[in-house]
Write a protein that binds this ligand. Structure first.
Ligand SMILES: *[C@@H]1O[C@H](CO)[C@@H](O)[C@H](O)[C@H]1NC(C)=O
Ligand SMILES: *[C@@H]1O[C@H](CO)[C@@H](O)[C@H](O)[C@H]1NC(C)=O
Length: 263
């Protein structure tokens, strides 16, 4: 029986979403792996098969569905003991720890490889949602991030604004879409910044918006209601106060008249 060691990279492998990546793994000594069983697995997963090569062929019936059609070994490299795996069109869910497990009869060894997926999302888009709670509600959205980024709202001086919770969704590539709402009040400088921050990949994108001051004056519907009440309401009340008793009196006189005529 042959004995060998399975080696991989000491450092995590970085991969950009949408691109292809090679996960390195090789035998020491560099004996041929053509006749061996080569298994690429996800660690901490129930059905962990990413790629299986056995009896001289790929056997991917039990492969994790998200890897279907995206994995391959390098056939011409197997003879040199190179069992690296190519993963095409990398997606967010490919992030994590892998194992390269190689078996020859009773002998086996494995090596762990960490894959760090990175995706820099779109510039945030700020939209005005409308008037809310005496202020203006702004929404910030950015798509296509990995790992999940933070969303921060700031005033013109860079101070954080109290905002709602960050809504998070994943797209078909398992990348993150983030959305966060803030209700802003009129200030001296109505300039607001939405910053998307991903510290693990050292990326930041931000968008600044200026809200015209006049927009805030319409932000107080109760003020408008109040004004309407005083311009229309008070006269209306006076009119009603005069008309209602008059109407009641008329009705009573009418009734008395019919009674008298009926007799
Ligand atoms: C195996 O490694 C040795 C050096 O360690 C090298 O000389 C030889 O060419 C390698 N064999 C193959 C098939 O790559
Ligand atoms: C294994 O093969 C891949 C693909 O050709 C190559 O990028 C990588 O450098 C090889 N690794 C070794 C240790 O030879």
């Amino acid at each position: 029986a042959e004995s060998f060691e399975v080696l991989g990279p000491a450092d995590p492998v970085a991969a950009v979403a949408g691109e292809d990546v090679v996960l390195p793994c090789y035998l020491k000594p560099n004996i041929s792996a053509v006749d061996l069983s080569i298994e690429w697995l996800r660690v901490h997963t129930e059905d962990p098969v990413v790629h299986l090569y056995q009896d001289h062929e790929d056997r991917n019936e039990k492969q994790i569905p998200s890897y279907r059609g995206r994995t391959s070994l390098f056939p011409e490299e197997l003879r040199k003991g190179n069992t690296s795996l190519k993963v095409k069109n990398v997606r967010g869910s490919d992030n994590g720890e892998y194992k390269c497990f190689i078996q020859a009869g009773d002998w086996y060894d494995d090596s762990s490889i960490n894959v760090h997926i990175k995706a820099v999302g779109t510039h945030p888009v700020i939209s005005i949602e409308g008037y809310k709670e005496g202020g203006i509600s702004l929404v910030c959205e950015s798509k296509g991030w990995y790992p999940q980024p933070q969303v921060v709202w700031m005033d013109s001086e860079g101070h954080g604004l109290p905002a709602g919770h960050t809504e998070t969704h994943t797209d078909s590539m398992d990348l993150f879409t983030v959305r966060r709402r803030v209700i802003v009040q009129e200030r001296e400088t109505n300039r607001f910044t939405c910053r998307i921050l991903q510290q693990q990949i050292n990326e930041m994108k931000e968008t600044i918006t200026d809200i015209p001051g006049e927009m805030f004056h319409r932000a107080h519907p109760w003020k408008v209601a109040f004004a309407v009440f005083f311009s229309l309401g008070v006269p209306a009340i006076i009119i009603l106060a005069v008309l209602i008793p008059r109407y009641i009196k008329q009705q009573r006189e009418k009734r008395l008249l019919t009674k008298r005529l009926g007799k």
